[in-house]
Design a protein around this ligand. Structure first.
Ligand code: SF4
Length: 339
């Protein structure tokens, strides 16, 4: 059987925006066996993907460490006819070189003049094309791009349903992701507080979501919304997060991994964009709305940064609660869940 290997090692959003490559490969090569190589910890994203036959975890700090570990990894991957390297970093290049496939296609982030322009502060890839189209450019197929797909682990769903029942009962349940890794992508805490209060007034149940680093924000928000039933969550692991997102009726989230994950799970998502470009990074899914201000300085960054170059952070501070709420209400209305 023809063996194909896709490499996108990390991270959540990047892997999901690369997942349409597996969908198109399945259409182009229905007879092929498709393996995906991800970094250890990300397997849950693709474990139940309908177009991926096998997920191999790259344990580069453990059993796959060093030259001997690379040989172990190659033995686990086996003979491969073609590699699609969507990572294009040292580790993926070493795997490709060691496997010696008959064909190798590599996604190069910037070429020629694009590199020079980026060095001069005019990064042309900030605005697009969208990352899904960039990933699919490695393949020959044409036509509408497949959507990113994620499927929650059925074994994680009972616990997630119980979690939802506990804080939402029969009410529509909305998740608010109050954090983001890069400071410039964060929406101010006061805005989250107002949005959460408005949702609760309208009879929606609210889950405050974030990583461990957002625990203080979540607790402060919970304290300010005393008396309301809130489902705070920040530590269920990737499989647990997928299952919980799959149980929500909608998510409001900055441009970050959970937004891509919820969209790929088919959940309605309002994505908040400020320093980064939705033309390049908007989540793809059946029901995605983008909330963003049309500022001349935006986008200023490909992935977000620690501080606003202008010192104002207007892109997120001035993005109003009314605007975000209107997008959320629109998505819920389409689902027949209007508050
Ligand atoms: S420069 Fe503009 S887009 Fe960038 S962080 Fe500041 S306000 Fe936002």
């Amino acid at each position: 059987m023809t063996q194909l290997l896709v490499i996108r090692l990390s991270s959540v959003g990047d892997i999901l925006l690369a997942s349409p490559v597996a969908g198109r490969l399945r259409l182009l090569r229905p007879e092929a066996h498709i393996t995906w190589l991800v970094d250890e910890g990300y397997q849950a994203l693709l474990a139940h993907h309908p177009a991926v036959d096998r997920v191999v975890a790259y344990d580069y700090l453990g059993r796959h460490r060093g030259p001997a570990g690379l040989r172990v990894l190659c033995a686990e991957l086996g003979a491969v006819e073609a590699v699609y390297d969507l990572q294009h970093k040292l580790r993926s290049s070493l795997v490709c070189a060691a496997l010696r496939p008959a064909a190798r296609r590599v996604l190069v982030k910037r070429r020629g003049l694009e590199v020079v322009r980026a060095l001069l502060g005019h990064d042309t890839i900030l605005r697009g094309p969208h990352q899904v189209e960039r990933n699919l450019s490695l393949l020959d197929g044409v036509g509408e791009a497949p959507l990113p797909v994620a499927v929650a682990d059925p074994a994680s769903l009972p616990e997630a349903r119980a979690w939802r029942r506990d804080f939402a009962g029969e009410r529509p349940a909305v998740g608010l992701v109050v954090g983001a890794r890069h400071a410039t992508k964060r929406w101010p805490r006061e805005h989250w507080s107002l949005l959460a209060a408005r949702c609760l007034e309208e009879g929606l149940a609210v889950a405050l979501l974030g990583g461990p680093e957002d625990a203080d924000d979540i607790e402060a928000l919970r304290a300010g919304l005393a008396g309301a039933r809130l489902g705070a969550f920040h530590a269920a692991g990737l499989a647990g997060l997928m299952a919980r997102l799959a149980c929500l009726d909608a998510l409001v989230c900055p441009d970050s991994g959970p937004a891509h994950l919820a969209a790929a799970l088919g959940r309605p998502v309002v994505a908040l964009f400020g320093p980064t470009s939705p033309e390049r990074w908007a989540p793809r899914g059946p029901a995605v709305a983008v909330a963003r201000l049309p500022l001349a300085c935006s986008p200023c960054s490909n992935h977000g940064s620690g501080a606003c170059p202008l010192g104002t952070h207007e892109c997120m501070r001035a993005l109003g609660v009314e605007t975000v709420h209107a997008e959320l209400a629109g998505l819920l209305a389409r689902e027949g869940l209007a508050p």
